[in-house]
Design a protein around this ligand. Sequence first.
Ligand SMILES: N[C@@H](CCC(=O)N[C@@H](CS)C(=O)NCC(=O)O)C(=O)O
Length: 214
Amino acid sequence: MTRTITAFARSPDRGRGLARDMRVRWALEEVGLPYGVRLVSFKEMKEPAHRALHPFGQIPTYEEGNLALFESGAIVFHIAERHAALLPANAEARARAIAWMFSALNTVEPPIIEREAALLLERDKPWAAQRQPILDDRVRGRLRELSNRLGDAEWLDGAFSAGDLLMVTVLRRLSGSPLLGEHSNLCAYVARGEARPAYQRAFAAQLAVFTDLG
Ligand SMILES: N[C@@H](CCC(=O)N[C@@H](CS)C(=O)NCC(=O)O)C(=O)O
């Protein structure tokens, strides 16, 4: 079965693992599935052929036989459901891991993205300086809560799961930020994720797109 994902032909972070195809690549590497990559330009992403796969004109998408999916969380879930290694077999543990998948994307990621968007796109607005501490505090609150729950554990709930995979990719958006640096256990958690061989293969594959471009 051929699997094809889409990824940026040119990425704002030049392939340093922040574009969301990274999540899908990492999940595929964790379960040992080969995949192909179709690179799309910003222009192509907004054209009808790509919008047929992704209504919002974004990456990543995932094609597997007749199935076409969008939304990185849904794609990772699809992979995790069908291949051991990313979700526990025990029904209750599995439900909890899925809850962590949702919380990564639905509770932790939004304030991080909101803050990032303000830093990147709204710096010149007259209210930017006033709003920034509010956005920082929202992220701080979530990180504090997550840090308290993680404590000294290796992963969020027992063995590494798709919940950790998504949470690590979300937290990586804050890499180098003092906000993440306030929580040594979260920094160590991200580093543990990044040290996984599957992560490293995925990262190298994404980076190669950009280093190959020169
Ligand atoms: N919720 C979506 C977000 C997808 C998304 O924001 N993709 C970005 C790249 S990481 C993108 O395509 N940005 C270009 C655009 O929106 O025009 C997911 O998790 O897949």
